[in-house]
Design a protein. Structure first.
Length: 104
């Protein structure tokens, strides 16, 4: 799979996600890196709306048997192939919406 290597990090000062491609991270002499946390790498997948899926995202997906499941995206994400690829939807992430993963 030929994919762009991208990352995102939570900016603790501004309270938002910032995204970089690998080349920018390697070339950047940014002195504020300590203000970022919750880093995640782009998986190379997009959800049904065309949104990039990153590590730490919470995705609702339909399984091959027609049932739905909500999962956290992690590497490796081999479980993704149990799902209909075009029916994944990012519904949040584990940092801002951990309650989406709670059972029961």
């Amino acid at each position: 799979m030929n994919r762009e290597i991208k990352f995102r990090g939570w900016n603790n000062i501004q309270g938002c996600w910032t995204k970089w491609i690998l080349k920018e991270l390697l070339e950047d002499n940014y002195s504020e890196w300590q203000h970022f946390s919750n880093w995640g790498q782009y998986t190379g997948l997009k959800d049904k709306q065309g949104k990039d899926i990153y590590e730490g995202d919470i995705v609702k997906a339909i399984k091959m048997d027609g049932s739905y499941e909500t999962r956290e995206i992690t590497f490796p994400f081999g479980w993704a192939y149990d799902y209909v690829i075009n029916d994944k939807e990012v519904i949040g992430n584990i940092y801002e919406n951990p309650e989406l993963l709670k059972k029961g």
